[in-house]
Design a protein around this ligand. Structure first.
Ligand SMILES: [Zn+2]
Length: 268
């Protein structure tokens, strides 16, 4: 759809010294994962990514949340980077020492590479949210892969390493395409378990109330760093989550993978 040549073999992600198979095996072991101080129960196999009782809608290779005994959760921000709101959000996160996960749109990443560099430098994780934010339902295999591959390349161009996780726009991606991305790119699909519907602009207080009230152990919180009201909601939201006793981790950490900002990753 984008007129790009289709290269099925071209862009798998590998971690240097930690091949995909080894990552999968380590994460599938769950309790034996060496990357966290206490075990998470995420399990990673080609047919059931997130383990028992965590795939609420029956999709393969999909993470909605993680079962864990630890009071950890991940807050994620989609659709950026935004030239004003994202740096403001980064300031808020830095003041609190909180690391988040940003699912960026490729064409925005190309426009604002310095913001991506700041994300990496401050310990955040960058995920893939497609190139141009289409509803991928109805797209061909080639088009889906092109949307992901162009964005992976844009992130590499900005910060020297590719994303390892993807989130489809609107959460829409056929199971067949989730498996295609997992099997050919090593990228699971990350959805969410807490959605404040911040894109409807309900007001900062409501965004805070919804997130703080609904967060849980192993939660994946969805928000958008392109909305002023969302960013304005974050100080109270982050404080409220902390007061409930939860600790923030990045998406990779939540599923038992190494911290993305510390891995050696490249496209092959
Ligand atoms: Zn989005």
């Amino acid at each position: 759809m984008l007129g790009q040549p289709f290269e099925f073999q071209g862009k798998a992600i590998v971690g240097q010294g930690v091949g995909r198979r080894k990552i999968l095996a380590g994460a599938a072991a769950g309790l034996a994962t060496p990357f966290l101080s206490a075990p998470l129960t995420a399990q990673i196999t080609p047919r059931s990514f997130a383990g028992r009782n965590t795939i609420d809608r029956g999709e393969a290779a999909t993470i909605l949340h993680v079962r864990t005994a630890e009071p950890v959760l991940a807050i994620t921000f989609d659709d950026g980077p935004h030239p004003y709101h994202t740096p403001h959000l980064l300031d808020i996160l830095a003041e609190r020492g909180i690391r988040a996960t940003f699912f960026v749109i490729g064409r925005n990443a190309v426009r604002y590479p310095l913001i991506l560099q700041r994300m990496l430098a401050e310990g955040h994780e960058i995920g893939n949210h497609s190139w141009s934010h289409p509803d991928l339902h109805g797209h061909s295999d080639a088009s889906v892969l092109s949307q992901i591959d162009r964005t992976n390349q844009a992130v590499v161009d900005a910060v020297g390493r590719p994303p390892v996780l993807m989130r489809p726009p609107y959460g829409n991606l056929y199971n067949r395409h989730r498996m295609l991305l997992f099997e050919t790119r090593g990228m699971p699909t990350v959805l969410w378990s807490v959605d404040p519907l911040d894109w409807q602009h309900p007001g900062s207080a409501v965004v805070t109330q919804r997130i703080v009230g609904r967060c849980h152990r192993g939660a994946v919180i969805l928000a958008h760093d392109i909305h002023r009201s969302t960013v304005r909601a974050m100080p109270a939201t982050l404080s409220g989550i902390g007061e409930r006793g939860y600790r923030f981790v990045t998406m990779s950490e939540l599923i038992g993978w190494p911290r993305w900002d510390r891995r050696r990753l490249r496209l092959i």
